[in-house]
Design a protein around this ligand. Structure first.
Ligand code: NOS
Length: 341
């Protein structure tokens, strides 16, 4: 590994934009696909799976994503998947992660909401005790399933209210799925103390981000990369310290950007917009959080100091309490001081 890759590998981190099923490792997906042999289009062979995770466009990505969701059939699948995701994050020195989970997709496939929440909570507590990683949940609405999914996601969030639940999101396609229609659900989620973190500006323009800010009370934006096209929006995000959860390789693999060299991360940082670096659906995109820090370092021309700054920025953008943020930033500072390269 290069010096910088070694530095990144040991750097304490926070991950704020990573999807539960999207993080299913090829081994887990292959195991689940083998259990459902013949009843799933998802290949059980890890090599064939790498081919399967190549996407023509964003709509094709969601289609493949949902085929993997279909593999999650019972609470034990949920518990195993969640703990494995935690193990992979802890391997990368992630101390804190806000994991985006789409309960609607699993409940409608027959896993009862209480059992689903019990399974993720069991994995969360074991991960904290055994792996030293703190997990919190974002429950997100699969936008392609529309208002019925919004209704059900809000109901599960408020009625089950697992201890790890801290935020409410909106994922899936943006094209054909306007944000304003979800305002009543975000109003109720926020009134109940959940933080608002919808996706916006991933595959559509800056107006979707303005909608998410105005109508959904967004405190952070999932992706938000199209803000780079709107100087007034950049100034607004910078002035009000509204962070973007940037996932560079995701944007390349879903064709949200044509090439990494055209990724707007540099413009966002130059405009003073707070950004965190995230992996989104790492195995599906053939990446890891560490890889994403290396990509960001290349795009920004950063060395270890800049990379440590990206880790601090993610902690500052997180929903950790001020003392918890201070503690993790102190750990990052100590690591950077002990590893001058
Ligand atoms: O990069 C992404 N953008 C939008 N949605 C995503 C992404 N990765 C995973 N999902 C997930 O796809 C689910 C099924 O519709 C959505 O709920 C969202 O959580």
């Amino acid at each position: 590994m290069t010096d910088l890759a070694t530095f990144i590998a040991g750097l304490p981190k926070a991950e704020l934009h990573v999807h539960h099923v999207g993080s299913a490792s090829p081994r887990i997906v292959a195991e689940l696909a083998a259990r459902h042999e013949g009843r799933t289009p998802v290949p059980a062979d890890p090599a064939a799976l790498a081919e399967y995770f190549v996407f023509r466009d964003f709509a094709h990505f969601i289609e493949i994503y949902l085929n993997v969701v279909d593999l999650i059939r019972d609470p034990e699948d949920v518990r195993i998947l969640t703990y494995e995701v935690a193990r992979e994050l802890a391997r990368q020195q992630v101390r804190y992660a806000e994991l985006t989970i789409t309960p609607y997709s699993h409940v409608r496939r027959g896993i009862p909401a209480p059992a689903f929440c019990e399974a993720i909570e069991d994995a969360r507590k074991h991960a904290e005790a055994e792996l030293g990683i703190v997990l919190r949940w974002c429950f997100d609405i699969p936008g392609e399933a529309g208002l019925p999914a919004a209704e059900e996601t809000l109901r599960i969030a408020l009625e089950e209210r697992p201890d790890g639940l801290i935020s409410f999101g909106l994922g899936g396609p943006e094209i054909g799925v306007p944000r304003p229609q979800f305002k009543p659900y975000f109003d109720q989620a926020r009134a109940a103390g959940l933080r608002s973190v919808p996706h916006a500006g991933e595959t559509t323009g800056p107006e979707t981000i303005w909608d998410a800010l105005r109508d959904l009370g967004a405190e952070r934006i999932g992706h938000g990369i199209s803000a780079a096209a709107d100087p007034a929006l950049l100034a607004h995000l910078a002035e009000h310290r509204i962070p973007l959860e940037v996932c560079p390789t995701s944007n390349l693999r879903t064709r949200a950007v044509a090439s990494l060299d055209e990724h707007p991360l540099r413009a966002l940082v130059d405009a003073g917009v707070p950004v965190s670096i995230n992996s989104d659906d790492p195995p599906m995109f053939g990446t890891t959080l560490d890889d994403e820090y290396a990509v960001a370092a290349r795009l920004l021309g950063y060395g270890p100091d800049g990379v440590a700054g990206l880790a601090r920025s993610a902690v500052t953008a997180s929903f950790l309490s001020a003392p918890e943020q201070a503690r993790l930033i102190a750990e990052i500072d100590a690591y950077a001081a002990a590893n001058p390269t």
